[in-house]
Unconditional design. Structure first.
Length: 342
């Protein structure tokens, strides 16, 4: 996505020259290394040269410039503060990209660790265990219960692994199709929010993003209700989306932002409290910005703590499963040695 900071810098340079002309395509494209970005900016630039406003020209690249960003640019054009609003928009995008990168990097290691653990266990059960248990076929004594269970699971995986793969693919397809149904998707999203760790992560992440977006839009002299309406389109969780829509309707009916947030019951109390403080003090944008900063710090600390617990839990679980497999192999050997000693 093109960086709005370049638009802000280019706009300031034109203001210093006392001219309000179309952005310099060469100056912007010089900072954009990839051809796709250059093509996007060139298409917008062509629209400006044709006499369109910058916000209208951005509609040519609607996938790169969502309605929220176009509305902020339009507010800057109407108020004569386009450089400042472009700067705020760039900062908003940078913070959102920073949060996404932090979450991905935080979840990457435990995900890879879990996949490796599953691969190791499956490899042991399919290739190692069958070759070892062949040595016990001639044993006259009954094998231990743990050994018999492991041998049964190993034989099942070795013979029916393809069926398990097909079953997982079919279940994935059925689940994906079920998510397309509004009723099922709403119940599933509600279940996600009620989960002990994931629910708090999703709720705080949405609240922080909404608070920062609203703070930017209020500081850009855009109505709160318009900012909420545009924010609704970016919410994937259906329960949170319905809560945001209820906030929009409550404000349209004359209610306050803090009262509407409190009535939904799906937003963190901190956001509600700081929104109420901002409304009473006439500093809603500042208090929403503080709420976003606090929620992001809290989210960062929460993910770090959850990761600190999750990593050793995966390692302990993997060690327990591998230890159980080794125990199932060693027990018959020890049993045979004790019988031979007698």
């Amino acid at each position: 996505m093109p960086d709005y900071r370049y638009l802000a810098l280019d706009e300031r340079g034109r203001e210093r020259q006392g001219r309000m002309v179309a952005p310099s395509n060469d100056a912007v494209q010089a900072r954009l290394a990839e051809r796709r970005f250059c093509a996007i900016v060139a298409n917008v630039h062509a629209g400006v040269l044709e006499g369109q406003r910058l916000s209208d020209a951005m509609r040519r690249e609607a996938r790169s410039f969502p309605p929220l960003y176009r509305a902020m640019i339009a507010a800057g054009e109407n108020s004569g503060s386009l450089p400042q609003i472009a700067e705020r928009l760039a900062q908003l995008l940078e913070r959102q990209a920073e949060m996404r990168t932090k979450l991905v990097s935080t979840l990457a290691y435990p995900t890879v660790l879990a996949l490796v653990a599953v691969a190791v266990v499956v490899g042991l059960m399919v290739s190692v265990v069958p070759s070892v248990v062949e040595q016990f076929d001639t044993a006259e004594a009954q094998l231990p219960l743990v050994t018999r269970i492991v041998i049964g699971l190993s034989g099942f995986l070795a013979a029916w692994w393809w069926a398990l793969v097909l079953l997982m693919i079919m279940l994935g397809i059925l689940f994906w199709r079920a998510l397309q149904q509004p009723a099922f998707r709403y119940r599933f999203d509600g279940l996600v929010l009620r989960m002990p760790l994931v629910g708090r992560l999703v709720r705080d992440m949405h609240a922080a993003r909404m608070a920062r977006t609203l703070a930017t839009m209020v500081a850009s002299r855009l109505p709160v209700i318009e900012g909420l309406k545009l924010t609704v389109q970016t919410v994937n969780n259906r329960v949170l989306r319905e809560g945001t829509e209820q906030v929009v309707e409550a404000i349209r009916s004359g209610g306050s932002l803090s009262g509407a947030l409190r009535a939904t019951g799906v937003f963190p109390p901190l956001l509600v409290y700081l929104a109420a403080s901002g409304e009473s003090a006439g500093q809603l944008d500042i208090m929403l910005e503080r709420a976003a900063d606090y929620l992001e710090r809290e989210l960062d600390g929460f993910t770090t703590a959850a990761l600190a617990i999750l990593e050793p839990a995966i390692i302990v679980l993997m060690g327990g499963v591998v230890g159980l497999i080794i125990l199932s192999i060693l027990l018959p050997i020890l049993q045979m040695q004790s019988m031979a000693a007698l």
